[in-house]
Design a protein. Structure first.
Length: 331
């Protein structure tokens, strides 16, 4: 199973260019990326302006978290192959902190439950310019702590987790160009939080490439920094320790620079989730009323997985349990 994660800094333009270059977005997702799940950050699409051609990519269901605080800002979306439709999907779900409206109002998190693991597609807030006192540092730290609690709660409940997205902070000096030091770019609070988080969860790229240098995921476009490879690694794929044995590889892939200032992160898992037939989540694009008239969405069977009836195998902590009923985690 391949999970593809990319901060596109505006999805409409990027997807339009992708479709023009590769016949269709569906062809790009399936044939070029060979992706079962595609996660985008910084979609920057208002809910009321979401168009059918973006929401309903052939062969995939999309699941959106929109910014309600500021229109055309932030936003994440997770596309999943129809045959692998998740058990549940929640936008801006931060567990017990979901009642903290200011944390859950900017379209920064999409959680999808895939049975054997929960996928968190996240766009972490930027703390702001250090020269201007980092005006959003307090908000960012509150968000990171709430995200960490959500991850801890999921793992304690018996779920495995995979987190992908833009964390807006580099971890160590190896993750920034040699002209900088990481402490020059990010605050002590941000770095200490990431140190603590990655002492308990696995930075998958560093796990598979522990000593790789000069591998970055974002570059300043205004100064054409990519041509000199003067960048930072702030885009991550992370999992809990118990799920590490299910991960085959994680790579950072440079994309066309005219499409985004970020590279993509690709995670390859050993197996696809083995799920019984079930309804698509309420948040799935196939359940968006304004798009149901689309012929591709008319058939009732489109709302269900195409998996044959079979005994379910799911992972709980580090043990494989045969025949355990799968239920959505979120409620």
């Amino acid at each position: 199973m391949r999970i593809f994660s990319w901060n596109v800094n505006g999805l409409r333009t990027t997807l339009k260019d992708v479709a023009a270059c590769h016949t269709s977005a569906s062809n790009y997702f399936c044939q070029v990326l060979n992706a079962d799940i595609v996660c985008f950050q910084e979609a920057k699409i208002q809910e009321e302006k979401l168009e059918k051609w973006i929401a309903c990519v052939d062969g995939y269901h999309s699941h959106w978290a929109f910014s309600r605080e500021k229109k055309g800002y932030s936003g994440v979306v997770t596309y999943v192959k129809e045959a692998l439709s998740p058990l549940d999907a929640k936008a801006d779900w931060l567990g017990e902190n979901s009642s903290a409206e200011d944390l859950c109002n900017e379209g920064r998190l999409m959680c999808t439950d895939h049975g054997s693991f929960v996928l968190l597609n996240v766009y972490v807030p930027n703390s702001g310019d250090g020269d201007k006192g980092r005006p959003r540092l307090d908000f960012k730290m509150r968000y990171l702590k709430a995200l960490e609690q959500t991850c801890d709660d999921l793992v304690r409940s018996g779920k495995h987790i995979v987190i992908v997205g833009d964390f807006n902070v580099a971890h160590k000096d190896i993750d920034v160009h040699s002209r900088w030091k990481v402490e020059e770019i990010y605050s002590l609070e941000e770095r200490e939080w990431l140190d603590g988080f990655l002492s308990r969860y696995i930075d998958l790229y560093r796990h598979f490439h522990p000593d790789e240098k000069n591998i970055f995921s974002v570059w300043d476009q205004k100064s054409d920094a990519r041509t000199r490879n003067e960048g930072l690694r702030i885009d991550y794929a992370i999992c809990n320790e118990g799920f590490l044995t299910e991960v085959l590889e994680t790579d950072i892939v440079k994309m066309q620079k005219q499409w985004s200032d970020h590279a993509a992160v690709v995670v390859t898992l050993k197996e696809q989730p083995n799920l019984p037939p079930h309804p698509a989540p309420a948040l799935s694009s196939c359940n968006m009323k304004r798009f149901i008239a689309d012929p591709r969405q008319k058939k009732l069977t489109a709302l269900f997985n195409k998996c044959p009836n079979r005994q379910v195998t799911t992972i709980v902590s580090d043990k494989i349990v045969e025949g355990l009923p799968l239920k959505p985690y979120f409620h």
